[in-house]
Design a protein around this ligand. Structure first.
Ligand code: DON
Length: 313
């Protein structure tokens, strides 16, 4: 029973989504689309969509909630889940679980921490996870796409090849991270193979509806959309915890303070969030703050938890 909510827990999330969209519409200052990947720079920062999915697959949405956008780092949640499901705790010998306090593409920590990235959501850590998924499946991106299609029910989910090419052409920082970790023996595949997988992974396009549904296993404590178990209840809890502490990089403290949910952002302007046992969310608006998180996206999630009282705190 939600006591402090401004809008009581309703049988449908539709009214609260519409209220948030109206408030966001009147909010000035939407940030700027990512431009370090040139193919992302042309996105209109005034676009806004938001979806909420319930554990049974019921989904509500507002605005551009069916518009596919570049999922980018949001995909790092799903690769992590697939590797934990396939390999379990040995992954943690190769990547840590602490917030980095640094930018998502930072190189500086890697040298004094001997090629072991701080967590699976900064780029270095995500490269380690994708490397492990490639070793596990022989086709990391194929496994990821298959999972996202199955969980969202959208068989048309696909990679945007132009964005993948743009990432590759401007991927020197990620290449540096990959080669540096390989020098420490923390990468098992040839670095060019890993980078190709990683750039294609980030370039998957999906809508708010797709990603809210695909995140559902984290609200269902590890259970997939078809009722089978992907993760143990503990593993689902652990991923939610890492999202809370590391999912928005050097802004994770601020995100926890304002939103109060496990969340994961991407530089395409999307953010997913989880209310364990209750629902999953995805919001999209391409304008970013200086730490790479969607300005309107964070604001909308903050309003959602304030209006509904649904938070992990
Ligand atoms: O590797 C990169 O830099 C991008 N493909 C993904 C970064 C990202 O989404 C960070 N999120 N806020």
């Amino acid at each position: 029973m939600v006591i402090m909510a401004e809008v009581s827990s309703s049988p449908t999330f539709q009214p609260v989504l519409e209220r948030i969209a109206a408030e966001i519409e009147n909010t000035p200052g939407r940030g700027r689309p990512a431009d370090y990947i040139p193919a992302l720079a042309a996105r209109d920062p005034r676009r806004f969509g938001m979806a909420v999915a319930e554990p049974d697959g019921t989904v509500y949405g507002v605005g551009d909630w069916r518009q596919p956008f570049s999922a980018q780092s949001i995909t790092k949640v799903f690769t992590l889940a697939l590797v934990l499901a396939g390999q379990g705790d040995p992954l943690w010998e190769h990547v840590g679980r602490e917030p980095s306090g640094n930018a998502f593409n930072s190189l500086v920590q890697l040298e004094y921490e001997n090629g072991i990235p701080r967590n699976p959501f900064i780029n270095a850590g995500a490269l380690v996870v994708t490397d492990r998924l490639q070793a596990q499946t022989g086709d990391a991106v194929g496994a990821l796409l298959g999972f996202l299609r199955a969980e969202s029910g959208n068989t048309h989910l696909a990679i945007n090849k132009d964005i993948a090419a743009s990432e590759s052409a401007h991927g020197d920082r990620n290449a540096a991270l990959g080669h540096f970790m390989a020098a420490y023996g923390n990468i098992v595949n040839p670095v060019p193979v890993l980078l190709d997988q990683y750039f294609h992974q980030c370039s998957i396009e999906a809508s708010c509806a797709d990603l809210a549904l695909a995140t559902g296993f984290l609200a269902r404590h590890g259970i997939r959309a078809d009722g089978t178990r992907l993760l143990t209840r503990s593993q689902a809890k652990q991923i939610n915890a890492i999202m809370l502490t590391c999912g928005t990089y050097d802004a994770a403290g601020e995100f926890a303070y304002r939103v109060g949910l496990p969340g994961k952002s991407g530089v395409g302007g999307g953010i997913i969030a989880v209310v364990p046992g209750r629902c999953t969310l995805c919001v999209w608006s391409p304008g970013l703050d200086e730490r790479g998180n969607s300005v309107a996206g964070v604001a909308a999630l903050e309003r959602f938890t304030t209006l509904t009282g649904l938070s992990v705190f």
